[in-house]
Design a protein around this ligand. Structure first.
Ligand SMILES: [Zn+2]
Length: 303
């Protein structure tokens, strides 16, 4: 497969038109050549160049390169999808739907919002491996923004969303990260988070909060004794929380309650690929090939 674009001019050269994007999807879908999903036959005839469809030579089934992906059924061109994915994956801070709307010259904000939401959904790999080894775990809260209202910092508990974070410790630096919305700071909620994101046999490094005392399947290493500041013993998870909050304010001017997990997933996707931003683009569109298309109702209904 050809080299991935590292700059906007390279992107323009690599994906000059719809046909180039369709070709890329075709190679991605069948890296070893066409195989009919209906009958398994390995010979097909290509129909159309822009919305590439392959017709099986044996059973005549027509298979679109976008079938079963998040791009399927969209009225937007493939190139718009590719450019949006490239901007979201390679921009250090990502890009909001509002920025996409302007930069891509889309007709309406709703199109841009849906596009961003679908790509963000493709950022979670259902097959991803749980974190392993030494893992810092902590919880924090972020102020949430009610519809049409700016963030009001310093509000009490009911204006804030709770979230849990986990960061692998790899030598002197952070490895992979997970962030999740939680209902409360109870042992049940934190135990469920740890069970979901950390592999059996891993070690949770915590600040000693009682919510971590009854963990099963993982070891526990409470680091805070007495008045030691939490950021001194859990440096990486605190840095990730701080970065995520700054990002949320800068890019989105605060997060909305309903879509918080999706925004956290976007932050995590980018953080975990921070050293390979160009490969993130490939990953984003590649991942989208394994997901079922989401409808508007599914997207707006999910938290
Ligand atoms: Zn067939």
């Amino acid at each position: 497969m050809a080299e991935l674009p590292r700059s906007l001019p390279e992107f323009e050269a690599r994906f000059p038109d719809e046909a180039a994007c369709a070709r890329w999807l075709l190679d991605k879908r069948w890296p070893d050549g066409f195989r009919c999903p209906a009958c398994g036959h390995d010979k097909g005839r290509e129909l159309g160049r822009e919305r590439l469809t392959v017709q099986c030579a044996a059973c005549e089934r027509q298979v679109s390169v976008t079938a079963g992906t998040v791009l399927h059924g969209s009225h937007l061109g493939l190139r718009t999808w590719f450019l949006a994915a490239w901007l979201m994956a390679t921009h250090a801070n990502g890009i909001s739907a509002r920025q996409l709307w302007r930069q891509l010259g889309l007709g309406g904000y709703k199109s841009a919002w849906l596009l961003a939401r679908k790509l963000r959904r493709a950022m979670v790999d259902p097959e991803r491996e749980p974190l392993a080894g030494l893992v810092e775990v902590d919880e924090t809260s972020v102020p949430f923004r009610a519809k049409g209202e700016p963030v009001r910092p310093g509000r009490s508990h009911d204006g804030r969303l709770l979230l849990a974070g986990a960061v692998e410790i790899k030598g002197k630096g952070p490895g992979r990260v997970r962030l999740a919305v939680i209902g409360d700071y109870s042992a049940v909620a934190l135990g469920a988070f740890v069970a979901a994101v950390i592999a059996v046999g891993g070690t949770v490094v915590s600040d000693g909060w009682p919510g971590y005392r009854r963990l099963k399947e993982v070891k526990h290493d409470p680091r805070v004794v007495g008045d030691a500041p939490a950021h001194a013993v859990l440096p990486w998870v605190h840095r990730v929380f701080a970065n995520a909050k700054r990002w949320a304010l800068g890019v989105y001017h605060g997060l909305r309650e309903r879509h918080l997990q999706a925004y956290l997933d976007e932050f995590v996707f980018r953080f975990n690929r921070r050293r390979t931003p160009h490969a993130a683009f490939d990953r984003l569109l590649g991942l989208s090939l394994t997901l079922e298309p989401a409808t508007y109702q599914m997207l707006v209904g999910r938290g």
